[in-house]
Design a protein around this ligand. Structure first.
Ligand code: NI
Length: 251
């Protein structure tokens, strides 16, 4: 299994070794959101064989940016364990006042991704239209719309511009409308993710999330699609390998 998006950082877990060890025959792609996270992501990637990382500045972290923020990202993009830029994007949920600044930081990081030909992990909250308008100008980049929760129409538009959809615990929530959307989309466009420590799937909703819990998301997809769990795990693993260039020979 490959958890394509998780925040396995000291800030959230008392025993990171244990969390990573629970996924020892699997892969975790951990994501940074600010300078200190990004530095920790790089360290953890070097420490654990099954951990890969993406580094980037999250839209809610732009006020914490320093003159080193872009440099930290750019200088580490050639590391074989850093497999993309993320999470980056737009978030108008708490504040719309800094929309222009958010767009600027997002675009700067997309330009870096383009320069180094790296995939991106995109966060979009209450900002789907602006996110789409920007991303459609970067069709050549492989994009992961992390924690996708939009409409079927929107999903189809994103897939057309070279995006895959990050599907996590939300799919298992009892009030989620995502099942109906997922049902009508090709499984080739899905990436399994947990967004740990957040968004824990049922039956553990409310607990702290861990990468191993993507199995519950996979089970739900299998149920919705009427295929076996093994098939879901195999296809989504290949999707993740190709999305993040983990094995060029396979894609
Ligand atoms: Ni996240």
């Amino acid at each position: 299994m490959i958890d394509t998006h998780a925040h396995i950082l000291n800030e959230y877990y008392d025993d990171i070794d244990k969390v990573i060890n629970n996924m020892k025959d699997n892969i975790i792609i951990i994501s940074g959101t600010n300078d200190s996270d990004n530095i920790e992501v790089i360290k953890l990637c070097n420490k654990y064989k099954n951990v890969y990382g993406t580094i980037g500045i999250h839209p809610e972290e732009i006020d914490n940016m320093t003159s080193d923020s872009y440099k930290i990202i750019e200088e580490n993009l050639s590391s074989p364990k850093i497999v993309g830029i993320g999470e980056i994007g737009l978030d108008y949920h708490y504040t719309k006042d800094n929309k222009e600044k958010q767009k600027e930081v997002f675009i700067n990081q997309l330009n870096l991704a383009k320069k180094y030909n790296k995939p991106v992990v995109v966060h979009s909250r209450d900002a789907i239209a602006d996110t789409y308008e920007i991303l459609k100008k970067y069709k050549e980049l492989k994009k992961d719309i992390h924690c996708f929760s939009g409409s079927l129409e929107m999903a189809k538009e994103f897939i057309k511009i070279n995006c895959r959809l990050g599907i996590g615990g939300v799919l298992t929530f009892k009030n989620s409308k995502l099942s109906e959307v997922i049902k009508q989309l090709p499984i080739d466009s899905f990436l399994l993710e947990t967004d740990s420590p957040f968004l824990t799937p049922e039956p553990f909703r409310g607990d702290k999330n861990e990468p191993y819990n993507i199995i519950y998301v996979a089970k739900k997809i299998a149920e919705i699609k009427g295929i076996s769990l093994e098939e879901v795990l195999e296809i989504t693993k290949n999707n993740a390998i190709c999305q993040f260039d983990l094995d060029k020979k396979m894609c």
